[in-house]
Design a protein. Structure first.
Length: 285
């Protein structure tokens, strides 16, 4: 009992001395101590709400780097470390999933072409370089093959096609869609791997008819076509590996929505200064 009295007395003495030094009353100090809603707490809750909203809008695809970039674009000063801590407190994390991706078949007797791109993935304007590739999607009804064409300037997907067969007709349909999206400019380079679909005479004839130069990856070099392979990795991590498609039609509609509604128009890229491909084209065209 005596010990508690002495401890309380010492506490009151320290509080009185501190209040005297700061020029505030003891009652004001205790009122401040009892407040639950401080400016710091209000700012933290506001930031958490924005983090939660951004994470939800991205369907859980964004982690702390992209969320931090969006917060800064919205005028909120913060660090990636702080966003990471708040996300951990809320139990939020990026839901992307990594899995193995197969490549196209390159064992054939068709002509192959030199690597004009040579891993120079930074270009100054639209229509300088298009890159293409094929990947596959599992459904309960069997494989669905996705062929895409990307404009390297903005990383925008300008052509795509899907089919139950991985044929030259598939990549030709993707290329023709790219022609509809963006008229080829003189000197345009089309880069792909050495797959038989891209080496096919019909495909190459279509490129020549539009004045497009052919570039192909070197044999066994997975980095020569890294940008379009990166897109296929992204769409699998952010969408496909989270789904269990019953039919190819279901998968096709899901993938189409991702490309058109999310990837091209909304998904931000660190390479593009955290802008979407469409927004990047608008600002830098």
């Amino acid at each position: 009992m005596i010990y508690c009295f002495i401890a309380d007395h010492r506490h009151e003495f320290r509080v009185s001395k501190m209040c005297s030094t700061l020029g505030v009353s003891k009652s004001g100090f205790y009122e401040w101590m009892g407040r639950t809603d401080t400016p710091q707490k209000h700012r933290k809750e506001k930031m958490k709400n924005q983090i939660r909203q951004i994470h939800k809008q991205s369907k859980g695809r964004y982690g702390s780097p992209k969320i931090t970039a969006i917060l800064r674009q919205n005028g909120m000063r913060t660090s990636e470390r702080t966003v990471t801590r708040y996300m951990k407190e809320m139990g939020l994390r990026s839901n992307t999933v990594k899995k193995y991706k197969a490549t196209t078949h390159s064992k054939h007797n068709l002509p192959v072409y030199p690597n004009l791109l040579d891993q120079h993935f930074t270009v100054s304007q639209r229509g300088e370089v298009w890159v293409s590739d094929i990947t596959y999607v599992h459904t309960q009804a069997g494989w669905l093959y996705l062929a895409t064409v990307m404009d390297l300037f903005s990383r925008r997907i300008i052509g795509w096609a899907m089919s139950d067969r991985m044929t030259k007709a598939l990549v030709i349909r993707a290329l023709k869609r790219a022609f509809q999206t963006q008229t080829p400019t003189p000197g345009l380079i089309h880069h792909s791997d050495r797959g038989s679909q891209y080496a096919a005479l019909d495909y190459q004839a279509l490129l020549r008819a539009h004045g497009i130069r052919t570039s192909m990856s070197r044999k066994g070099n997975c980095y020569d076509n890294a940008c379009i392979e990166s897109f296929h990795s992204i769409i699998k991590k952010e969408l496909i590996h989270h789904e269990n498609y019953a039919t190819r039609t279901e998968a096709s509609m899901s993938i189409l929505e991702y490309i058109v509604s999310f990837y091209n128009y909304e998904r931000i890229h660190s390479y593009l200064n955290y802008l979407s491909p469409i927004e990047f084209e608008k600002r830098y065209a």
